[in-house]
Ligand binder design. Structure first.
Ligand code: F6R
Length: 590
């Protein structure tokens, strides 16, 4: 959701370093991009609508020691050259990730002083405001401007005549990596160059002044702050396709490894007793997240309900933040987020915590906003996930949530079960001809419905999201019992239905759904772990028989099969699965 970069180094090539960082950060937004470089004659800016690569030639020519850059996911104003960042005014050049909520009032106020915005963005007001408050001290001007801003923002600011840049964090992430002779700021760690091993994570309200000689941290009143850097293991964060055609392909191939690493980390470091006490002591348990993370919560709810013999709720974070439960006291919130920075998940969790709830965060990013809110953090060990569509992180979320749900019982046995799952995931990915056949069916369908009951329905919800976001084929998921309550009206020869049948207790019911769709002329395929079901259906429709597994663990296998199928469908239709249109990774705005 927009990415910002800043660079301050003793040697030249700043624009090129920023350009390379933007390429690594492009998954956060890819409708336009720009770079500003500080030179002796002032600031030079290049910005264009389109992909980061359109800046390559100019970036190689610009040089400089200090530069900032931006890759955009439009919120205010269409993707265009003029709306691209950086935005300049007077001595300032600004890149911004987030939303300035009071930009309209500020725009009016600045216009009355004769300072007019040229773009339709909310971000441009930051440059205008800083310039209007400038009396020769760039830090004072930026801090004064920040005090006037409402909303979420990560900023990198250049000021003509000042040999450095200023970075600001308010609810949108900023990491600053240090290598010898250079400082590098970015919205996400994978955008930092490999040599920047020591990383500072700005706190909300921080202002960092970064020069080639060092960093100083302040709060918005300009009181000095002490921040401690962390050493980051670079291997964990590499943003490299590793020989695969796309990140999505590489990342789905890492599903099994993610389950193993997540289980191993849990056994090594989780406070099993502490988690068990939270589970046993809570009056209410709420799992929350957005998108795929929410979908992992749907599966997890069944795990918790089975293990604890009680009701557990799963709430979409963007709803929960405005419609919290009446009493927050003695509530346990399990907040699930790959990035740990999703604005709605962070805000919903914060609100419940402020009302007295305990919080367990399940996240792939150990230094994220959600970890600062949580009482306890359970890591998902997926490593850097660059494809916008979540794949291996979902697998890791399922593994972590499964282990949390087993904390009142035998966690070691649950981890062993997950080792078995990991082996089967490798088997699923070797059933390539099945995924190819299914992708051929989906690619010619006007719409694809995913159906199932119980955990199979929960798995269907994620499968549907994955297919629609990377292939742009209309898709939805339904409990198969709901078909005749409306959805059946949509079934015809141009639609396909994928029916997931892995829960023995409702298998017969789901087989009936197969027949209901078939006799209305719809295309049907079945995904099952149950050999009996496969035998019954395989003579008259495509059946993908997955390796046998405990029914409650079947969602792991379904996800791997359907992630791969979604990928193949997208590629077959000529889509770029890594960068679906209109989407971006890390939704740091509401
Ligand atoms: C879908 C997808 C999104 C994210 C959602 C939450 O493939 O990637 O739906 O799952 O935006 O993101 P995190 O997990 O970072 O909070």
């Amino acid at each position: 959701m927009c990415g910002i970069i800043g660079y301050a180094g003793l040697v030249g090539g700043a624009a090129e370093r920023v350009y390379e960082g933007l390429l690594r950060l492009e998954y956060r937004g890819y409708d336009s991009a720009g770079i500003s470089v500080l030179g002796e004659g002032g600031i030079t800016t290049i910005k264009r609508s389109g992909r980061v690569s359109c800046l390559e030639k100019a970036a190689r020519e610009l040089g400089g020691n200090i530069a900032i850059g931006h890759t955009r996911w439009a919120t205010h104003g269409a993707p265009s050259d003029v709306n691209a960042h950086p935005h300049n005014c007077g001595v300032f050049s600004v890149v911004h990730n987030g939303i300035i909520e009071n930009y309209s009032e500020l725009k009016e106020e600045l216009a009355a002083q004769g300072k007019k915005c040229v773009s339709e963005t909310d971000s441009e007001v930051v440059a205008l405001l800083a310039d209007s408050l400038y009396c020769g001290d760039p830090l004072a001007a930026v801090a004064a401007a920040v005090r006037r801003l409402r909303g979420s923002f990560a900023l990198a600011v250049l000021c003509s005549g000042f040999n450095g840049f200023i970075a600001v964090r308010q609810k949108s992430p900023v990491a600053i990596g240090v290598s010898s002779g250079a400082y590098f700021a970015a919205s996400d760690v994978p955008a930092l160059p490999d040599e920047a091993e020591d990383v500072y994570f700005l706190e909300d309200g921080d202002i960092a002044v970064v020069t080639p000689e060092g960093i100083a941290f302040y709060d918005s009143a300009l009181n000095g702050q002490k921040r401690i850097s962390c050493r980051i293991l670079r291997g964990q964060f590499t943003a490299d396709k590793g020989g695969y055609a796309h990140f999505m392909e590489k990342e789905t191939a890492e599903d099994a490894r993610t389950v193993r690493d997540t289980a191993e980390a849990f056994l090594r470091s989780a406070d099993v007793g502490g988690i068990a006490n939270l589970l046993k002591g809570a009056d209410e348990i709420i799992i929350t997240g957005c998108g795929t993370a929410y979908n992992a919560g749907l599966i997890a709810r069944r795990y918790f309900e089975e293990a604890l013999c009680r009701r557990v709720s799963v709430e979409i974070a963007s709803e929960l933040r405005y419609y919290p439960p009446p009493s927050g006291k003695n509530t346990l919130v399990i907040a699930v987020s790959q990035s740990g920075e999703t604005a709605d998940t962070v805000e919903a969790t914060l609100r419940l915590r402020e009302g007295g709830a305990s919080v367990i965060a399940v996240t792939n990013c150990g230094y994220s906003a959600i970890t600062r809110i949580a009482h306890m953090v359970v890591p998902v060990c997926a490593g850097a996930e660059i494809c916008v569509a979540a794949t291996k992180s979902y697998m890791g979320q399922l593994a972590a949530l499964y282990l949390i749900s087993r904390c009142t019982g035998d966690v070691a046995a649950a981890a062993e079960e997950l080792e078995g799952v990991a082996e089967k995931l490798e088997e699923v990915l070797s059933q390539e001809e099945r995924a190819v056949a299914l992708s051929e069916l989906f690619a010619v369908s006007f719409a694809v419905f995913f159906l199932g009951r119980g955990l199979d329905y929960d798995a269907a919800v994620e499968a549907s999201l994955k297919l629609k976001e990377v292939s742009y084929i209309f898709s939805d998921a339904y409990p198969s019992g709901e078909l005749k309550h409306g959805t059946l009206a949509l079934v015809d020869e141009n639609t396909s239905s994928l029916i997931i049948i892995c829960q023995p207790q409702t298998a017969k019911k789901s087989v009936s759904a197969v027949h209901e769709v078939l006799c209305r002329g719809g295309e049907v395929a079945v995904l099952t772990t149950l050999p009996d079901v496969a035998r019954e259906l395989e003579d008259f429709l495509p059946v993908w028989l997955l390796p046998p597994v405990e029914p409650r663990l079947a969602p792991f296998l379904c996800a791997a099969a359907l992630q791969r199928t979604a990928y193949l469908t997208a590629v077959r239709l000529g889509r770029n699965p890594d960068k679906p249109r209109n989407l971006a990774k890390s939704v740091t705005v509401e």
